[in-house]
Design a protein around this ligand. Structure first.
Ligand SMILES: [Zn+2]
Length: 340
């Protein structure tokens, strides 16, 4: 099945119709369990002809709206309502989810920075390789549900990850998914030039892929759960996999891109950051973004940090305590609709 091989095995039969709820098992030989395995929850709901759509949650283990809604779907979905096949992986990085951590406690790695993975690498790299080599080739479309995690406040958004070599037809299908997902913002992004996310890798394989940011601050947001439920149902209906009544036009969503030069304000030093702005605020180049305090030295005047570009505040750091190089704020600007 996979040319690179895989150590991961599963009790799921990809071709069998109906609902299967099981696991992918990643062998893991630790100090207290020589021949054990890491369980990655996996469900497939299939019914006849149609597309195959893959949905992941907890690629980062401190983002909960996706796993909550995917598990809800696993419990509630009647296979007779499905046209095609839905592959659901609510806790893609299950060890990270159990540790409530962005990165895996097994190897310190971020599952959204290791694609296409390595089937004989570290546990996180093995999970990426299993998704990339075994699941992606079965699929037409991919939805990756994220939130801001512990370190970010972030605007509700669906991201379309574009790369220089992305086929225009794949991009158009992804943009259509993002439109119908209908988050407050649609972000057209190259993920700051980093292709190692699951969506970046999926797009390179020809899958229409979107990543959504539906909560923040390592918490469970009631609005985030509700909106994830609504937005996921709408895009699954649009893809024809779980048919439902759709409005004549997609909901409004502001189409933006991350400001490429100076749009990510990085802390120039260590301290405590006091922001002066909130998500959604419009700021101009040269405006004071906030102050970097040295709280243990009252006589030191806080350092003024200014925006290097103008735009709309899209994300902000949650933690007050700040180290040199931390992202304090990311700005977006309007992106015109692509013209062929
Ligand atoms: Zn995430």
């Amino acid at each position: 099945m996979s040319q690179r091989g895989t150590t991961v095995f599963t009790d799921i039969d990809w071709a069998r119709p109906g609902k299967q709820v099981g696991h992918a098992w990643l062998p893991h030989s630790g100090h207290d369990d020589a021949w054990g395995a890491v369980a990655l929850p996996l469900a497939v709901v299939g019914n006849g002809e149609g597309p195959t759509v893959f949905v992941t949650g907890a690629i980062h283990g401190d983002e909960y709206e996706g796993p909550i809604v995917i598990n809800e779907l696993i419990r509630s979905l009647d296979p007779s309502r499905v046209r095609g096949r839905l592959i659901l992986m609510p806790a893609a990085n299950a060890p990270a989810l159990r540790a409530a951590s962005r990165v895996s406690p097994l190897d310190g790695k971020n599952l959204a920075r290791v694609f296409p993975g390595n089937p004989y690498g570290t546990p996180t790299e093995q999970i990426a390789a299993f998704i990339h080599d075994v699941i992606f080739p079965l699929c037409n479309a991919y939805i990756d549900l994220h939130a801001g995690g512990s370190s970010l406040f972030i605007e509700e958004s669906a991201q379309v990850v574009v790369t220089p070599t992305l086929a225009p037809e794949v991009r158009e299908r992804a943009e259509d998914m993002a439109r119908w997902f209908g988050a407050k913002f649609t972000v057209i992004t190259d993920n700051m030039g980093d292709p190692r996310t699951s969506c970046g890798a999926a797009a390179q394989l020809g899958l229409a892929a979107i990543a959504a940011e539906m909560g923040e601050n390592g918490s469970v947001s009631p609005r985030g759960v509700k909106r994830t439920r609504e937005c996921l149902a709408r895009v699954l209906a649009r893809l024809g996999i779980v048919p439902a009544e759709l409005p004549a036009t997609p909901p409004p969503s502001r189409r933006v891109r991350i400001v490429s030069h100076g749009g990510n304000l990085l802390s120039p030093g260590d301290g405590y950051f006091e922001p002066l702005h909130s998500l959604g605020d419009t700021v101009a180049v040269g405006d004071i973004a906030g102050y970097l305090h040295s709280l243990s030295e009252p006589a030191l005047v806080p350092r003024e940090l200014r925006f290097m570009a103008g735009g709309t505040v899209y994300s902000q750091r949650t933690f007050g305590m700040t180290r040199q190089g931390n992202s304090l704020c990311v700005l977006v600007e309007d992106e015109p609709e692509a013209t062929a």
